[in-house]
Design a protein around this ligand. Sequence first.
Ligand code: TXA
Ligand code: MG
Length: 359
Amino acid sequence: METKFLELKKDPEGAIAEAAGLIAAGEVVAFPTETVYGLGADGLQAEAVAKIFAAKGRPADNPLILHIADPEQIHVLTTGLNANARALMETFWPGPLTIVVPRSSVVPDIVTAGLDTVAVRMPSHPVAAALIRAAGCPIAAPSANVSGKPSPTNAKDVAEDMTGKVAAILDGGSCGIGVESTVVDTTSPVPTILRPGGITREMLEDRLGAVEIDPALNGDPALRPRAPGMKYRHYAPKAPLYLYEGEQAALRLTEAVQRSQKLGLHVGVLCDDAVKTRLEESLRRGHRAEIFSWGQGKPDLAEHLYELLRDFDRVSPDFIIGMGVDEKGLGLAVMNRLRKAAGYQILQAEDNTIVIKSG
Ligand code: TXA
Ligand code: MG
């Protein structure tokens, strides 16, 4: 299949109209959102949605999110919304929050993977909103990566995975948030975070009071995640990734990089600007470390995490060592992705012993 590259800069309305026409005709189009790029098709046409699963190589038991441009569009998709669902929509839409609600019979089985609930989100990205409006239907969209790879946050990374597999890629530049939306199940007695993301646990608690987190998210293989997609080993770079966590993480990471250089190893390093600067000063010229920094705080880490994981694949180190951040705010979402990418190979930096936490 030939993949059209639609640039928004030149003719935004024309590009969106063309993409919307393809979606209405049952084709698949990649498009930007404020979190990551999505792979969109008409969410009410089962055959169109099947093309998404084919392009991604996505297991059929992993349901999709329906994207809408107006809160009113949710009513036809659900048999009813409770007070928690309404409160979340009012407070966080449009934005990086997906709510799981009871599904109506309008929603094809392929979208929900046969579940009796459906996930719905109203993105805030102006291109996503304009595309949904122009297509005139809810757009089913997973992240626009091949299953198992990090989600793409720019059109180049989408093209790497999807050229030849989808009708078009709508290039809207880089996504701002960089990690996927928070998925909250509103049907459980206490609203439950099934996937941490752009809307933080603290923000949800401020609005709803008590919020639970799916206990399966810590990687315990005995527990089955309630969001089917969370059971897969996503986001993994090709090289093994080891993650230092705790107060001493930066120090231990620095020592490990120095040791690896003495051994002549080609190591990838994932750290912040301050640690990168110190490492570069301490390493001898001609070192073989590929030091990638995310910038300064958690928002920078969220924004650049997936890009950096893909960059490591481009330089093929023997292994990668990274450092973690605390789980406050956006830290919960980025540490969920990082630990998964590391296959839960976590090095507890306080005592410098290796603790494989689980998984
Ligand atoms: O930010 C995002 O959410 C991006 C952009 C494109 O909107 N989309 C995204 O979709 O990350 P995807 O398919 O990669 O992840 C959706 C997650 C999966 O873990 C899936 O299992 C879960 O949501 N999910 C979807 N429907 C569900 C349902 N009815 N019940 C529980 N989990 C559900
Ligand atoms: Mg995904």
